[in-house]
Design a binder for this molecule. Structure first.
Ligand SMILES: Nc1ncnc2c1ncn2[C@@H]1O[C@H](COP(=O)(O)OP(=O)(O)OP(=O)(O)O)[C@@H](O)[C@H]1O
Ligand SMILES: [Mg+2]
Length: 289
């Protein structure tokens, strides 16, 4: 479709009513986030997607790092197009989407500066309408965010029904996770978070880290709900898999990290979404522009 035709299509679209799905069932939308960079978000997201796909779920991974996308790199894929092409109207969502291991669908992020806040209303509505077609085929959408607390990260966190915050036993990771939770809870009224501790030496250490973050949040942020979703140990096999641009759950299914990620995926699948009225792709709806 030419850019002019795409724009025309966007212009003539009737905006959906905020907060209301215009079509059938909506997938569960979970955002994986952290505050601090390099704590394992992308590895968890894509491996969890793979584990869920193995359990029979139709999964989509949205690479929400719109500046330094790396889901595709982790998978050794070289997609021709990315979300940037969709937002500029050059390509449709289907043309941008690629299929990864286990049949997981991937929306590759872009590499270049792209602020969602700068997208026009029509661009957001176009994305929404494109997603609606896809939604009906999906069980779950996992969003892998960039590090930090920039506008895009907040945007995607608000888009999701549920947020998984990853942290490690390092104090800097704890303070950055706290800073993110603080912004989301005090400025955006997000009150529920699932916590995963990566690079923990043991479950005991992971639980101690979870207690620490719970305590700080309790003391300074008031009533929040923090759930411990699990932990992932340090595992050389994961590093080896990353270097081979393969998923550890695929390459080394019996590795300790793989087993824990599969357990987390099962646990996530077993829990009900935090809210049924929240989430989906509401971030592209007018009230979030
Ligand atoms: N459980 C683990 N065991 C061993 N190494 C790990 C583990 N988790 C993550 N790593 C290492 O940390 C690196 C960064 O992981 P990943 O890319 O998933 O983090 P990220 O939070 O997505 O980073 P960014 O913030 O830059 O997007 C991996 O490439 C790997 O080397
Ligand atoms: Mg990442």
């Amino acid at each position: 479709m030419t850019q002019a035709a795409t724009l025309k299509k966007m212009m003539h679209r009737t905006p959906p009513q905020a907060g209301v799905s215009t079509h059938g069932p909506q997938p569960r939308v979970v955002c994986v986030t952290s505050g601090k960079g390099g704590v394992g978000k992308t590895n968890l997201t894509v491996n969890m997607a793979y584990a869920l796909a193995r359990q029979g779920k139709k999964v989509l991974v949205l690479d929400a790092d719109l500046n330094l996308a790396n889901v595709d790199i982790l998978l050794g894929m070289t997609p021709k197009f990315n979300l940037h092409h969709m937002f500029t109207g050059e390509k449709s969502l289907k043309e941008v989407m690629v299929t990864g291991p286990g049949g997981i669908l991937i929306l590759p992020g872009s590499s270049g500066i792209m602020e969602l806040a700068n997208l026009t209303e029509n661009q957001k509505l176009y994305f929404l309408s494109e997603m609606e077609e896809l939604n009906q085929q999906l069980d779950i959408m996992l969003i892998d965010t960039a590090a930090g607390i920039n506008e895009n990260v907040i945007y995607f966190n608000l888009a999701a029904q549920e947020r998984i915050v990853i942290l490690t036993p390092e104090p800097t990771s704890l303070t950055d996770a706290y800073a993110l939770i603080k912004v989301l809870s005090t400025r955006h009224d997000v009150k529920r978070f699932s916590i995963i501790v990566n690079l923990a030496e043991s479950e005991k250490e992971a639980i101690a880290v979870f207690r620490q973050i719970s305590l700080v949040c309790d003391q300074f942020l008031g009533t929040l709900s923090l759930d411990f979703l699990g932990h992932i140990p340090y595992d050389k096999k994961l590093i080896q898999a990353v270097r081979s641009q393969r998923l550890v759950t695929d390459l080394f299914p019996d590795a300790s990290a793989s087993r824990m990620i599969c357990k987390i995926a099962q646990q996530l699948d077993a829990t009900k979404p935090a809210s049924t009225t929240d989430g989906n792709i509401k971030f592209f709806w007018p009230q979030f522009s």
